[in-house]
Ligand binder design. Structure first.
Ligand SMILES: [Zn+2]
Length: 150
């Protein structure tokens, strides 16, 4: 089911061009625009997927001292329901991992008698699992879902 990475499928010089922009910390939309001006037709979603899949070699620059504190939210370019499912799957896996970490931390505090039982975190995890089922059409079994990532 996994589609081949569009960026990795490009000619080497084009891929290097895009990787260079990623490493320089440019936003995905900005990279898409610059790539288009070079005649490279790739979507920012493909670029994001390429980076998220660990295909980019090198350290990505983060200009923390640039004074740019705006939170930048990437708006995914969803072409069809398959794109939406893939995006939902990708994001929900990360969200689930975060939620598990939150739950574990709160649970440990509870076990030390330092906090109340983390009911809302448990409920939050349940909601995320439900979203997995609804948005991906899969069983909602996270292990089943993670296995399909390979
Ligand atoms: Zn790639």
């Amino acid at each position: 089911m996994a589609r081949q990475c569009k960026i990795c499928g490009l000619d080497e010089d084009k891929r290097d061009f895009i990787d260079g922009l990623i490493i320089n910390g440019l936003g995905f939309k900005e990279i898409e625009t610059r790539a288009k001006s070079q005649g490279i037709d790739v979507s920012h979603m493909s670029i994001k997927r390429h980076l998220d899949s660990g295909h980019v070699q090198g350290t990505i620059k983060r200009d923390n001292d640039a004074g740019d504190t705006d939170t930048f939210i990437e708006i995914p370019d969803i072409a069809d329901t398959q794109d939406l499912k893939e995006f939902a799957e990708q994001e929900l896996l990360k969200i689930t991992a975060n939620q598990l970490a939150i739950l574990r931390t709160k649970q440990e505090l509870y076990m030390q008698g330092k906090a109340r039982y983390p009911s809302s975190e448990v409920a939050g995890l349940k909601n995320i699992m439900q979203s997995l089922t609804m948005l991906t059409g899969k069983s909602g079994d996270i292990f089943d879902l993670a296995a399909t990532k390979k």
